[in-house]
Write a protein that binds this ligand. Sequence first.
Ligand code: 4AD
Ligand code: MG
Length: 465
Amino acid sequence: MLYPLIIEILSMPPDSRNVEIRGWVRTRREMKNLVFVEVNDGSSIDGIQCTFDRSADGEKTGALLAALTTGASVEIKGKLIPSPASGQAVEVAAAEIAIIGEAPAETYPLQKKRHSLEFLREIAHLRARTNTFGAVARVRSRLAFAVHEFFQRRFFQYVHTPIITASDAEGAGALFQVTTLDLEGLAKSGKAPDYSGDFFGKKSFLTVSGQLEAETYATALSRVYTFGPTFRAENSNTARHLAEFWMIEPEAAFFHLEDNMDLAEDFIKYLLETVLKDCAADLAFFDTRIEQGIIKTLQSVCESKFVRMTYTDAVKELEKAGSSLFEYKPFWGCDLQSEHEKFLTEKVAGGPVILTDYPGEIKAFYMKMNDDGKTVRAMDVLVPRLGEIIGGSEREENLDRLSARMRSLGMRPEDYSWYLDLRRYGTAPHSGFGMGFERLIQYVTGMANIRDVIPYPRAVGQAEF
Ligand code: 4AD
Ligand code: MG
């Protein structure tokens, strides 16, 4: 039998039943003969107060109290009683306290005071013991499960696409190479590497996206999704880029761009509704400590219809606003900067926006060309504070057009013959998108830096732990 966690004990009736608390001390206070110990086990943001009366054996407990410091692990036995203190329904009248592992106050880095997020990033192996990172971890876990719930209920099959691949799914060149060649030996001998002798017999990389492989399964199982780590060697040191991040990529056959937008909008709303319902205590914490008003914002997003706008209209809005507002002057054909995305979501739409029909030049090779020959059936979902949270498109399902597009971008269609087979045999319209899981968590929690919503962030110059 699993022993009950604090989250379960907090909802039990205070009928003097015997309970055992196991966890880590957050705070300790003393008042005359009474000792108040707040214990947290990470099962919820709320800990439980254990009150110990030392009048019976003041001498004996004196030594124990000295070791009862923030961070120490304890086992406390006692009775669950109604709490006279405000803000908590129950507490434990402790009969026995055992210290399992001490955490000496002189060296333990987490003290009762508030630490900066920057400082906590340096001790990422301990930061999950704080309120903020405990809450982030619980919200992340619940959201991951909600992703599966959402798709499984709609008959999307979960496909495990490969982590190591020989193709650049985005054609953007931001790849981490994987090799077992003796690089130091090669450097000494001055020889060029021969990848035919490498582990896979050719140059290979960590995947930037599972999309291409997901497409192969979508044209067999109709609706699929991937959810796994992806890797990008982009040299962007920002609060919304990681070198290793988790991405959710649904792909559906016979879906056109409109279906894809509807799916994305329903998906986001489902995820927000889930955390509002199931992570209420953690969200209340984010609302008071991290981003004021976030609960109300998320609620209103659930109730609103996302604004949908073409890229062309969006650029008109930006031009109308005047270029003096922006560091980068907006013009048709430009890749939207985060200041532009911010303006469109916060000033024009006052909420999430779905932008469609971007110029082909700034989007990936696989997107379906519109009849105008200039724009593609792309869609990006932008949200306030963050900008892009989802990127997706309808895919080019015509073999000749796709091959021609690849050639015009300098890609070799022969290298993607398996991908082109989908267009050779039983081709069908299909669409999909990718959501950055960490961006979603940032959006939901209000955490400003993406490095604070993944346990061990990997970014330029950063691979600690
Ligand atoms: O827009 P992106 O590059 O699209 C794709 O990878 C497509 N293959 C998706 C698809 O259609 N199946 O990336 C999708 C999302 C972005 O909208 C963003 O949320 C996130 O992935 N993302 C990143 N998140 C963190 N760090 C990075 N470096 C990211 N790059 C993209
Ligand atoms: Mg994108």
